[in-house]
Design a protein around this ligand. Structure first.
Ligand SMILES: Nc1nc2c(ncn2[C@@H]2O[C@H](COP(=O)(O)OP(=O)(O)OP(=O)(O)O)[C@@H](O)[C@H]2O)c(=O)[nH]1
Ligand SMILES: [Zn+2]
Length: 339
């Protein structure tokens, strides 16, 4: 994977997909689907989609006109057919609404394409244990790059605070200005709940950091709900590696509409960052961005750039050196491996 791609290259993998083969002549009159209902994709399992449609859990498949277009967790879709949600019923997804954000998982040897795993999320909760397992700063940095690039608000969630002090980790992340919360099993989650309210939050973190423990504490009937979802798709929770979306209970005195959603991503440990452009990343740091206006064309604003405006700003005392260093660490994490 090339670490830095040309500024004008095409990044949307859909462009690389082969054109759809038409087995039937295109009909002049396309169906209008006036009777279609709106649905939200909460999990995907082997070509079957579990949707929420007017509070009903509905199983659906993609309709033919969608072709190879991916449907992912978080998608807002239009659905026709049997939307009763009754046992054995199957609806059809005929349209996917435009996505406000996308989070991609990394390409790998088996699949060279960075695929979208979750759409329309507003916040990326980067979960790390303070100990057992030890924090992996590279992985955290890469997750933050994914958040900034996707224009999702990052939130650093440090679990297992009974085992270690958060200060060491915080000293690394403070200058990035990432909001953070500290949790521990059985402890108070008010601050985290407050941060999740009204957002669609995706939780990421490597195995064992305590994501399931958090989800179970945040959504008391998560097991039942996820169990149900998978009963629909005929696959057990323990074998599922697909992302799934759960509605959070509303905060006391607030409405359902403000409650927010949480997406857990078991089995997804790394993000596709090959498409991330330095110019796009720095826009997430407006204070630094404005210091790069005089940079030479094509400057990546990295450490090795000979005439980067960030260096000038540090010398002139107008930029915080810690912040520049942190930004450059993220820039470098883009092309580094996950470990
Ligand atoms: N000491 C301590 N242990 C915790 C805490 N939270 C979770 N654990 C334990 O850490 C282990 C992993 O927790 P999980 O919630 O299963 O972690 P996960 O991130 O869902 O891991 P995967 O399911 O492998 O993705 C379990 O044995 C938990 O009981 C905590 O705050 N303190
Ligand atoms: Zn520069």
């Amino acid at each position: 994977m090339s670490p830095v791609r040309g500024r004008y290259s095409t990044h949307d993998h859909e462009h690389y997909e082969r054109p759809r083969r038409r087995t039937r002549p295109r009909t002049k009159e396309r169906p209008t689907y006036d009777d279609a209902l709106d649905g939200l994709v909460v999990t995907v399992d082997r070509g079957r989609y579990t949707l929420l449609v007017e509070e009903r859990t509905v199983t659906a498949m993609k309709a033919r006109p969608l072709g190879r277009k991916a449907v992912v967790v978080g998608d807002r879709v239009r659905v026709v057919g049997d939307t009763t949600g009754d046992d054995g019923s199957l609806a059809r997804i005929v349209e996917v609404h435009e996505r406000s954000t996308v989070l991609r998982r990394t390409a790998d040897d088996d699949d060279p394409v960075e695929r979208v795993i979750v759409s329309n999320a507003t916040q990326l909760v980067v979960v790390t244990a303070l100990a057992d397992p030890e924090p992996r700063p590279r992985l955290l940095d890469r997750a933050l790059v994914a958040a900034y690039d996707a224009r999702m608000a990052p939130l650093l969630c440090m679990t297992k605070s009974d085992l270690a002090d958060p200060e060491v980790l915080l000293s690394t992340y403070r200058s990035l200005g990432v909001p953070w919360v500290v949790t521990q099993r059985g402890g108070d989650l008010d601050e985290l709940r407050e941060r999740l309210a009204g957002q669609v939050s995706v939780m990421v973190g490597h195995s064992g950091v305590g994501k399931s423990t958090l989800v179970n504490a945040l959504v008391p009937d998560a097991h039942r709900e996820v169990g149900h979802v998978n009963a629909v798709t005929g696959r057990g929770r323990h074998t599922s590696t697909s992302a799934y979306m759960l509605r959070l209970p509303p905060l006391p005195g607030r409405s359902e509409a403000e409650a927010g959603w949480i997406v857990d991503t078991p089995g997804i440990r790394s993000f596709g960052l090959a498409h991330v452009e330095p110019e796009h990343l720095i826009e997430a740091f407006p204070d630094l961005d404005e210091m790069t206006e005089g940079c030479p064309r094509g400057c990546t604003h990295g450490e090795d750039e000979p005439e980067c405006g960030l260096d000038e700003a540090v010398e002139a005392g107008t930029a915080d050196p810690d912040r520049v260093t942190s930004f450059r660490r993220l820039l470098a994490a883009r092309s580094a491996s996950d470990h």
